[in-house]
Design a protein around this ligand. Structure first.
Ligand code: PXP
Length: 251
Protein backbone atom coordinates (compact mmCIF):
# COMPACT_ATOMS: atom_id res chain seq x y z
CA UNK A 1 0.00 0.00 0.00
CA UNK A 2 1.02 3.61 -0.36
CA UNK A 3 1.98 5.74 2.59
CA UNK A 4 1.38 9.00 0.74
CA UNK A 5 -1.72 9.99 -1.22
CA UNK A 6 -1.48 8.97 -4.86
CA UNK A 7 -1.33 11.97 -7.19
CA UNK A 8 -3.60 12.39 -10.19
CA UNK A 9 -2.43 13.53 -13.60
CA UNK A 10 -5.44 14.27 -15.79
CA UNK A 11 -4.94 13.48 -19.45
CA UNK A 12 -7.08 15.84 -21.55
CA UNK A 13 -6.28 14.41 -25.00
CA UNK A 14 -9.80 13.15 -25.50
CA UNK A 15 -11.29 16.61 -24.99
CA UNK A 16 -9.21 17.61 -28.01
CA UNK A 17 -10.37 14.45 -29.82
CA UNK A 18 -13.95 15.73 -29.52
CA UNK A 19 -13.02 19.19 -30.71
CA UNK A 20 -11.09 17.85 -33.71
CA UNK A 21 -14.01 15.60 -34.65
CA UNK A 22 -15.86 18.76 -35.68
CA UNK A 23 -13.25 21.51 -36.11
CA UNK A 24 -10.24 19.75 -37.65
CA UNK A 25 -10.21 22.17 -40.58
CA UNK A 26 -10.53 25.29 -38.44
CA UNK A 27 -7.29 27.07 -37.67
CA UNK A 28 -8.21 28.31 -34.21
CA UNK A 29 -8.21 25.87 -31.28
CA UNK A 30 -10.66 27.65 -28.98
CA UNK A 31 -13.08 30.55 -28.73
CA UNK A 32 -16.35 31.34 -30.54
CA UNK A 33 -17.94 28.01 -31.36
CA UNK A 34 -14.75 25.94 -31.33
CA UNK A 35 -15.30 23.65 -28.38
CA UNK A 36 -14.54 21.91 -26.12
CA UNK A 37 -11.42 23.81 -25.11
CA UNK A 38 -9.01 21.32 -23.49
CA UNK A 39 -7.20 24.17 -21.72
CA UNK A 40 -10.40 25.34 -20.03
CA UNK A 41 -11.10 21.75 -18.95
CA UNK A 42 -7.55 21.49 -17.60
CA UNK A 43 -8.16 24.53 -15.41
CA UNK A 44 -11.39 23.00 -14.11
CA UNK A 45 -9.50 19.75 -13.42
CA UNK A 46 -6.93 21.67 -11.40
CA UNK A 47 -9.67 23.43 -9.45
CA UNK A 48 -11.08 20.00 -8.55
CA UNK A 49 -7.73 18.69 -7.30
CA UNK A 50 -5.76 17.43 -10.29
CA UNK A 51 -2.06 17.39 -9.44
CA UNK A 52 -0.90 17.69 -13.02
CA UNK A 53 -2.14 17.91 -16.61
CA UNK A 54 -1.00 15.44 -19.26
CA UNK A 55 -1.15 15.78 -23.04
CA UNK A 56 0.26 13.79 -25.90
CA UNK A 57 1.34 15.88 -28.88
CA UNK A 58 1.21 13.24 -31.57
CA UNK A 59 3.02 13.40 -34.87
CA UNK A 60 -0.28 13.37 -36.78
CA UNK A 61 -1.80 16.03 -34.44
CA UNK A 62 -4.98 14.01 -34.28
CA UNK A 63 -6.08 15.56 -30.99
CA UNK A 64 -3.82 17.95 -29.07
CA UNK A 65 -2.32 20.75 -31.18
CA UNK A 66 0.93 22.60 -30.57
CA UNK A 67 -1.05 25.70 -29.62
CA UNK A 68 -2.90 23.76 -26.89
CA UNK A 69 0.41 22.77 -25.34
CA UNK A 70 1.72 26.34 -25.43
CA UNK A 71 -1.47 27.70 -23.85
CA UNK A 72 -1.40 24.99 -21.17
CA UNK A 73 2.19 25.77 -20.41
CA UNK A 74 1.24 29.39 -19.78
CA UNK A 75 -2.04 28.82 -17.95
CA UNK A 76 -1.87 25.85 -15.65
CA UNK A 77 -0.81 26.14 -12.05
CA UNK A 78 0.23 22.53 -11.52
CA UNK A 79 2.66 20.51 -13.69
CA UNK A 80 2.57 19.89 -17.39
CA UNK A 81 3.43 16.33 -18.41
CA UNK A 82 4.17 16.21 -22.14
CA UNK A 83 3.87 12.74 -23.64
CA UNK A 84 6.04 12.51 -26.71
CA UNK A 85 7.69 10.15 -29.15
CA UNK A 86 11.49 9.79 -29.33
CA UNK A 87 11.75 12.10 -32.32
CA UNK A 88 14.12 14.97 -33.00
CA UNK A 89 11.38 17.53 -33.66
CA UNK A 90 9.62 16.60 -30.43
CA UNK A 91 12.85 16.86 -28.45
CA UNK A 92 13.41 20.35 -29.90
CA UNK A 93 9.83 21.36 -29.05
CA UNK A 94 10.14 20.06 -25.47
CA UNK A 95 13.52 21.73 -24.93
CA UNK A 96 11.99 25.03 -25.99
CA UNK A 97 8.77 24.65 -23.98
CA UNK A 98 10.36 23.09 -20.89
CA UNK A 99 7.41 21.16 -19.41
CA UNK A 100 7.96 19.92 -15.84
CA UNK A 101 7.91 16.36 -17.13
CA UNK A 102 8.24 14.60 -20.47
CA UNK A 103 6.96 11.04 -20.78
CA UNK A 104 8.47 9.09 -23.67
CA UNK A 105 5.90 6.90 -25.39
CA UNK A 106 5.85 4.76 -28.53
CA UNK A 107 3.87 6.18 -31.39
CA UNK A 108 2.26 4.21 -34.20
CA UNK A 109 0.16 6.10 -36.70
CA UNK A 110 -2.67 3.60 -36.77
CA UNK A 111 -3.37 3.14 -33.09
CA UNK A 112 -6.29 5.03 -31.52
CA UNK A 113 -4.34 5.76 -28.33
CA UNK A 114 -0.95 4.54 -27.18
CA UNK A 115 -0.80 0.75 -27.36
CA UNK A 116 1.99 -1.14 -25.67
CA UNK A 117 4.89 0.41 -23.81
CA UNK A 118 8.09 1.91 -25.16
CA UNK A 119 10.71 -0.70 -25.98
CA UNK A 120 13.51 0.79 -23.90
CA UNK A 121 15.52 -2.44 -23.66
CA UNK A 122 15.53 -2.83 -27.45
CA UNK A 123 16.62 0.75 -28.26
CA UNK A 124 18.74 1.89 -25.35
CA UNK A 125 20.95 4.17 -27.42
CA UNK A 126 18.08 6.04 -29.06
CA UNK A 127 16.05 6.40 -25.85
CA UNK A 128 19.18 7.20 -23.84
CA UNK A 129 20.06 10.07 -26.19
CA UNK A 130 16.59 11.55 -25.82
CA UNK A 131 16.61 11.15 -22.01
CA UNK A 132 19.94 12.97 -21.87
CA UNK A 133 18.85 15.79 -24.19
CA UNK A 134 15.72 16.42 -22.14
CA UNK A 135 17.42 16.21 -18.78
CA UNK A 136 20.07 18.68 -19.93
CA UNK A 137 17.22 21.13 -20.51
CA UNK A 138 16.02 20.62 -16.93
CA UNK A 139 13.07 18.40 -17.86
CA UNK A 140 12.31 15.36 -15.70
CA UNK A 141 11.85 12.29 -17.88
CA UNK A 142 9.47 9.39 -17.47
CA UNK A 143 9.45 6.24 -19.62
CA UNK A 144 6.11 4.61 -20.41
CA UNK A 145 6.89 0.90 -20.29
CA UNK A 146 5.29 -2.49 -19.84
CA UNK A 147 5.72 -3.81 -16.30
CA UNK A 148 8.38 -6.26 -17.49
CA UNK A 149 11.69 -6.82 -15.66
CA UNK A 150 13.83 -6.19 -18.77
CA UNK A 151 12.14 -2.86 -19.53
CA UNK A 152 12.27 -1.71 -15.92
CA UNK A 153 15.96 -2.55 -15.58
CA UNK A 154 16.74 -0.79 -18.88
CA UNK A 155 14.85 2.33 -17.70
CA UNK A 156 16.87 2.39 -14.48
CA UNK A 157 20.09 1.91 -16.43
CA UNK A 158 19.35 4.94 -18.62
CA UNK A 159 18.94 7.16 -15.58
CA UNK A 160 15.34 8.20 -16.19
CA UNK A 161 14.08 9.22 -12.77
CA UNK A 162 10.53 8.00 -13.41
CA UNK A 163 8.67 5.24 -15.15
CA UNK A 164 4.99 5.05 -16.00
CA UNK A 165 3.94 1.42 -15.91
CA UNK A 166 1.42 0.52 -18.60
CA UNK A 167 -1.83 -0.59 -16.96
CA UNK A 168 -3.57 -1.26 -20.28
CA UNK A 169 -2.97 -5.02 -20.22
CA UNK A 170 -4.53 -5.22 -16.78
CA UNK A 171 -7.45 -2.93 -17.74
CA UNK A 172 -8.18 -5.02 -20.84
CA UNK A 173 -8.07 -8.24 -18.80
CA UNK A 174 -10.23 -6.84 -16.02
CA UNK A 175 -13.37 -8.80 -16.90
CA UNK A 176 -11.56 -11.93 -18.05
CA UNK A 177 -9.61 -14.86 -16.61
CA UNK A 178 -6.20 -13.09 -16.82
CA UNK A 179 -6.99 -10.20 -14.50
CA UNK A 180 -5.16 -11.62 -11.49
CA UNK A 181 -2.11 -12.52 -13.55
CA UNK A 182 -1.97 -9.02 -15.08
CA UNK A 183 -2.41 -7.42 -11.68
CA UNK A 184 0.42 -9.52 -10.28
CA UNK A 185 2.64 -8.48 -13.20
CA UNK A 186 1.97 -4.85 -12.27
CA UNK A 187 2.54 -5.45 -8.56
CA UNK A 188 5.88 -7.13 -9.17
CA UNK A 189 6.78 -4.39 -11.66
CA UNK A 190 6.03 -1.64 -9.13
CA UNK A 191 8.25 -3.38 -6.56
CA UNK A 192 11.09 -3.88 -9.00
CA UNK A 193 10.97 -0.29 -10.26
CA UNK A 194 10.90 1.07 -6.73
CA UNK A 195 13.81 -1.12 -5.65
CA UNK A 196 15.74 0.15 -8.69
CA UNK A 197 15.29 3.71 -7.38
CA UNK A 198 12.65 4.77 -9.89
CA UNK A 199 9.61 6.85 -9.06
CA UNK A 200 6.61 4.75 -10.05
CA UNK A 201 3.72 6.21 -12.02
CA UNK A 202 1.10 4.19 -13.87
CA UNK A 203 -1.57 4.77 -16.45
CA UNK A 204 -3.77 3.71 -19.36
CA UNK A 205 -7.27 2.28 -19.09
CA UNK A 206 -7.80 3.20 -15.45
CA UNK A 207 -11.46 3.87 -14.69
CA UNK A 208 -13.86 4.45 -11.78
CA UNK A 209 -14.20 0.69 -11.20
CA UNK A 210 -10.70 -0.76 -11.60
CA UNK A 211 -9.23 2.10 -9.55
CA UNK A 212 -10.34 0.22 -6.41
CA UNK A 213 -7.72 -2.44 -7.20
CA UNK A 214 -5.14 -0.28 -8.99
CA UNK A 215 -4.79 1.94 -5.95
CA UNK A 216 -3.59 -1.05 -3.90
CA UNK A 217 -0.44 -1.38 -6.05
CA UNK A 218 2.66 -0.61 -4.01
CA UNK A 219 4.83 2.53 -4.30
CA UNK A 220 2.49 4.44 -6.62
CA UNK A 221 3.39 8.08 -6.97
CA UNK A 222 0.97 9.26 -9.66
CA UNK A 223 -1.70 7.86 -11.94
CA UNK A 224 -2.37 9.33 -15.36
CA UNK A 225 -6.02 9.04 -16.25
CA UNK A 226 -7.78 10.40 -19.30
CA UNK A 227 -10.57 8.58 -21.09
CA UNK A 228 -12.71 7.65 -18.09
CA UNK A 229 -12.55 11.17 -16.62
CA UNK A 230 -13.38 12.93 -19.89
CA UNK A 231 -16.29 10.52 -20.47
CA UNK A 232 -17.62 10.98 -16.95
CA UNK A 233 -17.29 14.74 -17.34
CA UNK A 234 -19.83 14.64 -20.18
CA UNK A 235 -22.52 13.81 -17.66
CA UNK A 236 -21.27 15.26 -14.38
CA UNK A 237 -19.02 18.08 -15.50
CA UNK A 238 -15.23 18.09 -15.29
CA UNK A 239 -14.86 19.15 -11.68
CA UNK A 240 -17.09 16.42 -10.30
CA UNK A 241 -15.46 13.82 -12.56
CA UNK A 242 -11.99 14.71 -11.26
CA UNK A 243 -13.09 15.04 -7.63
CA UNK A 244 -14.81 11.63 -7.74
CA UNK A 245 -11.70 9.96 -9.17
CA UNK A 246 -9.55 11.56 -6.50
CA UNK A 247 -11.91 10.31 -3.79
CA UNK A 248 -11.69 6.78 -5.18
CA UNK A 249 -7.90 6.89 -5.55
CA UNK A 250 -7.29 7.68 -1.93
CA UNK A 251 -10.45 6.34 -0.32
N1 PXP B 1 -0.54 7.25 -19.94
C1 PXP B 1 -0.12 7.22 -21.22
C2 PXP B 1 1.35 7.12 -21.47
C3 PXP B 1 -1.02 7.30 -22.29
O1 PXP B 1 -0.56 7.28 -23.55
C4 PXP B 1 -2.40 7.44 -22.00
C5 PXP B 1 -3.43 7.54 -23.08
O2 PXP B 1 -3.10 7.66 -24.29
C6 PXP B 1 -2.80 7.47 -20.67
C7 PXP B 1 -1.86 7.36 -19.67
C8 PXP B 1 -4.24 7.63 -20.30
O3 PXP B 1 -4.97 6.53 -20.71
P1 PXP B 1 -6.56 6.57 -20.63
O4 PXP B 1 -7.02 7.65 -21.55
O5 PXP B 1 -6.96 5.21 -21.03
O6 PXP B 1 -6.90 6.90 -19.20
Amino acid sequence: MNALPILLGVNIDHAATLRQARYREVERTCGEIVEPDPVFLALLAERAGADGITVHLREDRRHIQERDVRRLSECIATRLNLEMACREDMVAFARELKPALACLVPEGREEVTTEGGLDVAGQKKRVGDVVRALREAGIAVSLFIEPDPGQIDAAAELGAPLVELHTGGYANAYHGPDRQREFERLRVGCERAFQAGLTVNAGHGINYVNIAEVRTLPHLHELNIGHSIICRALSTGMEEAVAEMKRRMNA
